[in-house]
Structure formats: C-alpha cells, structure tokens
Design a protein around this ligand. Structure first.
Ligand code: FE2
Length: 433
C-alpha cells in the first residue's frame, strides 16, 4: 500500500524546458498515479497534454516539497535575471529585511485617494508617499518645515500613491466628513470626484467589517453600504465606472471586496436586471465574499511572492472559515447571500473548491462572483508582479470555457466595453469644451 502524502502544486509553477528534480503525480479516478519521473525535462508537449486534459493542479510527494521549493526558487531567479535584462526592475523580496519593511508599510499604513484631499486645505494627519517597501513623509503635522499641515496645491498631479498611518484613520474620516464634504457643498463637483468620496467612505466601512466580522452591527453596516452603492449606480449608470478603482498599487482585501461588490452590483443591475431586494442580497454576499480571510495569517494573504503549497492550502481554507463565522450569525445573513461567499472559488468544470461543485450546481450568484473575483484579482498590481490588463484578463476568462459561465463572461465583456466607451466619449466632449 502506498502511504505517501501529497501536496498540490499548479501547472503554472512549472516552466517549459526545465528539468524537474521531483516526481509529479496526477489524480485519476481517485487514484494517485505517477505522471513524470524526476530528472526529466518538462517539455511543451507535456504541458499541452496537461492542458488538453484540463489538468491544472498536480501532486508532489510531501517528501519532495524541499526539492520543489529549490526548483521554484531557481526558476524564479532565472526569470528575474532575464526580465532585468529587459529593463524590468527586479523584486527585492529575496532579502528578509525588505520583506519585513514591506509588511510594516503594508500593515501599518492605509492607502487613501488624493482626489479627496482639497489643495490648500489643512490636515491634522500626516500623509506619506508609498514606495515599494517603505513610506516617506510627504506633508502633515509631523513635518516641521513651513506649511506642514497644508495639502500641496499640486497634489493631484503627482504620480506616487499616498498612505496615512493606521492610527490616523479616524482623523482622515473626520476630514472626509468635514473638510471634503464642506468643499463639495460649495463647489461644482464632478460625478467622478463624488464617487471617489463614496469609495473612500466604503473602504473605511469594509475595513472595519473585515476586522470584526462577528459583530452583528458590522453586518448591518454592510447592508447599508450595499444599498448606497446600488443607489449610486441606479442614479447614474456612469457611476458604475467611477466607483471602480482608478489604479491599485497593491492588494488589500477591503479594496478587493469593494471592487467585487461593485462589479457584482453592475452585473446584477445592468445585465441581469435583478429586482432590488435580490440585487441587495447578491451585493451583500459579494461584499463579504472573502470574510473568511480574517482567519488566515495576513503574512500569507499579503506575501510578496508566490505561495508555497502549504500556504496555498491554508489560504483555500478561507471559504469554509467564512461558513463558520456566518453560521454563528443565526440567520442575520440572507440565505442567497451565502452563494457568492461559499461558491466564488467553484468552477463550472468541477475543478474549483471547496465542494468541487459543477455546472448548474453552482448558483447564479456564485458564477457571477467567480468571474468578478478572478477579474479583480488579476487586474490588481502586486509588489512582485505587474497586473494583467483588463483586456488580457477578459481573454483568460474567455479561454477558460470549462471553468466560467461563458454567457455571463460575454455579457460582462459587453458591459465593460460599453462603460469604457461612454467614459471615452465623455472625456472627448470635455476636451472639446
Ligand atoms: Fe476568495
């Protein structure tokens, strides 16, 4: 009897024309069978065979995880070297002190949008420029030179992302409620800017909810937020685009949750034309779809590099963890809101997780969540990896015929195309004025 234990790796971890220093296995009819022996090259032919049979994950013996790690590290090093030659700045995360710095800047600082800061207004919090692994004081009370508390007149023209310390979040919230709101009352404000403020307020709410998801009050806040977002899109369909991120320089679960919620409401409202109460239920599920991530080590969620097989496995637990968190809520979450949460990693082919549901076994809300979750995750920059463009991501969704509901994918592409065109036309009209 074979007592070997296996861990899962992705076919994407293997690079064509490299020698694998470990055996690879595949699962076939509940049996684990040897697919390629170690010390043999991983050829394009082998890869196409796997693709042909729709095999995306492979198994390696637990005893050979170290060998796999070595292989992965070497392959990655070579890729970095060849990218450096092409002028791509190499990641700095091979040095532990840089990883530490990155975690410090990621966990202790909060990204804000420049659009909500009014030039020449006074702030009571410090604003920092965010670099890849560090932060640098930009302006604010901590700066002792001259007009330290004044928002620079040229802030909107700068290109770097800005952050504030987590300890100043309540001061920023107050600024949004007082200074920004007051300015917006007295001046003409474009829908884009209005949406920036809605987005900033939404981010603050979602961050709070995800930090304390067991708190009943936070679930109520989530319902109100979905209502606000749906109203904003219903008022003016252009707002749908304005509510989506402008640029995202790094991954934050609360930003991802906001984008997944906005995209789901867009599909629900514009494509599926759902009745309002149903739309709200879908939106709530989309907003909370990654609620289980609060149980996962944040250093894994935000790891600046590819996850090890063990880390990947622990990450996958977030779906079932969500079930645990929400079952304690005793019906305060509508039944249908559970579908985006429990099914956003399921795939039509049955190759998803955690239940390996297939086709129609996946609820419509689960199929929508799978598409928008994939779309937003891939179009977000990571500190070690550039994001895919929307076009490339939509192409990947279209190519994954077996995994995603293609009628929804098609409608999603048309919807994004129409919105982009409307934005373009609006920009041209403004230019002509
Ligand atoms: Fe997820």
């Amino acid at each position: 009897m074979n007592n070997n234990k296996y861990v899962t790796i992705s076919t994407e971890d293997l690079i064509v024309n490299t020698i694998l220093n470990f055996d690879i296995f595949i699962k076939s009819k509940d049996q684990t069978i040897l697919f390629r022996k170690k010390d043999h090259p991983f050829t394009a032919e082998t890869l196409s065979k796997l693709v042909e049979h729709k095999i995306q994950s492979l198994l390696i013996s637990e005893d050979e995880v170290v060998e796999f790690e070595k292989y992965y590290h070497n392959v990655r090093q070579n890729t970095i070297t060849s990218l450096t030659k092409k002028g791509f700045s190499p990641p700095v995360f091979d040095q532990p002190e840089n990883v530490k710095k990155y975690y410090n800047s990621h966990f202790n600082y909060y990204p804000i949008e420049k659009a909500t800061l009014i030039p020449d207004s006074t702030v009571s919090f410090s604003v920092y420029k965010k670099t890849l692994i560090d932060v640098e004081l930009y302006f604010g009370p901590e700066n002792q030179n001259g007009k330290s508390n004044i928002v620079p007149a040229d802030i909107q023209e700068t290109s770097f992302p800005i952050v504030i310390s987590n300890t100043d979040i309540s001061l920023y919230r107050k600024y949004l409620q007082d200074t920004t709101k007051e300015y917006f009352k007295q001046n003409y404000v474009s829908p884009e800017l209005q949406c920036s403020v809605i987005r900033e307020n939404s981010k603050l709410i979602i961050k709070e909810v995800l930090e304390d998801p067991r708190n009943g009050e936070n679930i109520e806040k989530s319902r109100d937020l979905v209502e606000t977002l749906a109203n904003t899109i219903l008022d003016n369909k252009d707002n749908f685009c304005n509510l989506l991120k402008i640029t995202s320089h790094d991954y934050y679960t609360y930003m991802h949750s906001l984008n997944v919620c906005t995209l789901s409401i867009g599909i629900g409202e514009i494509i599926l034309k759902l009745e309002r109460p149903v739309l709200n239920e879908m939106g709530l599920g989309a907003l909370l779809h990654d609620i289980g991530k609060c149980t996962i080590d944040p250093r894994i969620i935000n790891k600046p590099g590819r996850l090890t097989p063990e880390e990947f496995k622990s990450m996958q637990n977030h779906v079932l963890a969500a079930k645990g968190i929400l079952s304690a809520k005793n019906g305060s979450i509508p039944q249908r809101s559970l579908f985006p949460i429990l099914q956003h990693h399921e795939r039509i082919s049955g190759n998803g997780y955690p239940y390996k549901k297939k086709g129609d076994q996946i609820h419509l809300f689960g199929r929508v969540a799978a598409i928008v979750d994939f779309y937003d995750a891939l179009t977000t920059d990571r500190p070690y990896k550039k994001a895919y463009s929307p076009f490339e991501t939509l192409q990947l969704l279209t190519n994954a015929q077996e995994d995603f509901d293609q009628s929804l994918v098609k409608a999603f592409i048309i919807m994004l195309g129409k919105q982009a065109k409307a934005q373009e036309q609006k920009a041209m009209t403004i230019q002509q004025l």
